[in-house]
Design a binder for this molecule. Structure first.
Ligand SMILES: Cc1cc2nc3c(=O)[nH]c(=O)nc-3n(C[C@H](O)[C@H](O)[C@H](O)COP(=O)(O)OP(=O)(O)OC[C@H]3O[C@@H](n4cnc5c(N)ncnc54)[C@H](O)[C@@H]3O)c2cc1C
Length: 330
């Protein structure tokens, strides 16, 4: 008997990545339809504290492999642990992000354990007996309806940033199945020497730690200072639909209902009224600072810290303070 819809968890030093929450959202629907349990494979070092967040997004069972040996991502170790779990528990489907990690891990596990693997899935359909997916071919220039020919477990990868993150209405305490990590020393065929931080200007807004969000209140006078502030803070730019329409940011940096859902450590909102269509995509940010000259703006309802004032005065004053702080602390 198959044992659930499995999600492969990905994290960085901030915690579980959005791509996992997207997979959990898609997984909830699939698990409901196939009447299966929604499970998460959580591998890494000191990752047990991620479990409450996974539960919040619907995880009913966690397969946990937590140990020093997994303090950094290692392809061979992950293939061996995940493959071992699949052999024992026989899930229906293992869902992974079509991320750099998921895209190498999924096909590698499939090849090693002789499992079907379908990558870059756009849509999941069909019934338990007649499972069918639509996948992208040639970078979305063509799509194909695909059916796994052999029995499950089936491995699928889904592109990140294409699924809305949805919390289930009810959540429960997930069961945790701890896995002993037994790794052969030779399992490390590749070593990571050093990690180099990505440029905040180019990373995706839904992957950013710190976001400076621009709205209609930003004009040609305040835009250059907003850029200067983002550079000084190492913040990634995002914003509202109006900011996109005004050409302040490109569409892929739009936050909200028809844009990206973001979960940064901090979001600084500049000249944004706080329409529901915007706040829906950013309200779960850990810390929200809002600058707006209208004390009644709705954005202040979701902000942890509200600054009532004109961007033309506030942003240069903040820049000044940061520069003084940097000079005195260097
Ligand atoms: C179906 C649908 C989907 C949508 N999807 C999205 C979406 O995904 N994302 C999104 O953002 N919107 C979306 N919208 C649009 C949304 O309804 C709002 O119109 C939009 O979010 C407003 O953007 P804003 O806050 O930048 O602009 P405004 O509402 O115009 O607010 C500008 C704010 O800036 C303040 N301000 C002005 N000048 C200054 C200054 N000098 N200093 C300080 N503050 C100043 C003003 O007081 C005001 O509060 C959608 C709308 C629809 C109908």
């Amino acid at each position: 008997m198959s044992q659930g819809i499995w999600i492969f968890e990905e994290h960085d030093n901030r915690g579980t990545k959005n791509v996992t929450l997207e997979l959990l959202s898609e997984g909830q629907k699939l698990a409901r339809r196939l009447k299966e349990e929604l499970c998460v494979c959580l591998l890494g070092y000191q990752v047990e504290n991620f479990i409450p967040r996974l539960a919040e997004f619907g995880a009913e069972k966690i397969y946990l492999a937590d140990g020093m040996q997994l303090s950094e991502y290692n392809l061979d170790a992950y293939v061996s642990i995940l493959g071992g779990l699949i052999e024992i528990y026989q899930p229906s489907v293992l869902m992974m992000g079509a991320t750099p990690t998921g895209s190498e891990l999924g096909p590698r596990i499939a090849a090693r354990y002789g499992l079907p693997c379908i990558t870059e899935i756009k849509k999941i359909g069909g019934s338990s007996e007649n499972f069918q997916v639509t996948k992208s071919v040639y970078n979305d220039r063509l799509y194909a309806d695909v059916k796994p020919a052999s029995a499950r477990p089936l491995i699928i990868t889904l592109p990140p940033g294409e699924t809305d993150i949805v919390k289930p209405k009810k959540t429960a305490e997930p069961a945790v199945i701890k896995t002993e990590i037994k790794l052969d020393e030779n399992v490390k065929r590749v070593r990571y020497n050093k990690f180099i931080k990505g440029d905040p200007k180019t990373i995706r807004v839904d992957e950013a730690d710190l976001i400076l969000a621009l709205g209609n209140g930003v004009d040609s006078e305040t835009l250059p200072v907003a850029h200067e502030l983002a550079d000084l803070l190492g913040a990634t730019l995002g914003g509202t639909r109006v900011a996109v329409d005004k050409g302040l940011i490109p569409f892929e940096r739009q936050i909200g209902l028809t844009g990206k859902t973001v979960l940064p450590n901090m979001l600084i909102s500049c000249g944004i009224s706080g329409a529901y269509e915007f706040t829906d995509g950013m309200k779960d940010s850990k810390m929200i600072i809002a600058i707006n000259n209208d004390g009644k703006a709705r954005i202040f309802e979701v902000a942890n810290l509200g600054v009532k004032g004109d961007l033309k005065e506030i942003i240069p004053a903040v820049i000044n303070k940061i520069k003084i702080h940097k000079q005195t602390s260097s």
